[in-house]
Design a protein around this ligand. Structure first.
Ligand SMILES: Cc1cc2nc3c(=O)[nH]c(=O)nc-3n(C[C@H](O)[C@H](O)[C@H](O)COP(=O)(O)O)c2cc1C
Length: 179
């Protein structure tokens, strides 16, 4: 099974990327991260030259992936523009590239709710793109700066168990979707 990860933070020491990598390890199989350093959406650009090559590459990665893992930070109680920009570009590709694609969300945030509001909005953002977003268990890591050790391992067993359970469901959904 091939898993594509998208991380909504570009920060070098991103807690969301750490979370994404832990979840990817739990999923097993092939993993690659999509690069969200895309140009800002500009429909004129698409009209003039088509989808920018970075976007086209991401779309191809999505098409071949069996499942998607999105690490969604919380900026001002909402997902970062980075992810919204990526979704809007993806929606401009011909066909519905996310249709039926199993997607799992994980979030880490400074607040104690672990980005709950952001992740909830992210679910709505994925809705029009027809992705099959897993509803549970929710992985919301609060007080993120204290949640990982120096090697990026999650200190709380509760969070580790939730990640394993979510990834097991994602693998199951990916298998069903590929039949
Ligand atoms: C612009 C901005 C807005 C933020 N808003 C929130 C917020 O609404 N809720 C929250 O829990 N943390 C918020 N934070 C703190 C982030 O959760 C924290 O910086 C987190 O580590 C970012 O994810 P990362 O480590 O993957 O980069 C905000 C941070 C930034 C830079």
């Amino acid at each position: 099974m091939g898993l594509l990860g998208l991380c909504g933070s570009l920060r070098r020491d991103s807690h969301n990327r750490k979370l994404m990598m832990l979840a990817a390890a739990s999923f097993g199989g092939r993993f690659e991260e999509g690069d969200l350093r895309l140009p800002l959406l500009d429909v004129d650009v698409q009209d003039e030259i088509g989808l920018p090559p970075e976007v086209q590459h991401l779309v191809e990665q999505i098409k071949v992936a069996d499942a998607l893992l999105i690490a969604c930070p919380e900026y001002n109680k909402a997902p970062p523009g980075l992810l919204k920009n990526a979704l809007d570009w993806i929606s401009r590709a011909p066909g519905h590239v996310l249709e039926g694609k199993p997607v799992a969300l994980v979030s880490a945030a400074a607040g104690r709710a672990g980005g709950e509001r952001s992740q909830s909005i992210m679910r709505w953002m994925l809705h029009p793109l027809r992705a099959e977003v897993l509803t549970h268990p929710e992985v919301l890591v609060g007080h993120a700066a204290d949640a990982f050790d120096a090697d990026g391992v999650l200190l709380s067993e509760r969070y580790r168990k939730a990640i394993d359970a979510l990834m097991a469901r994602l693998a199951q959904a990916a298998q069903q979707a590929s039949r």
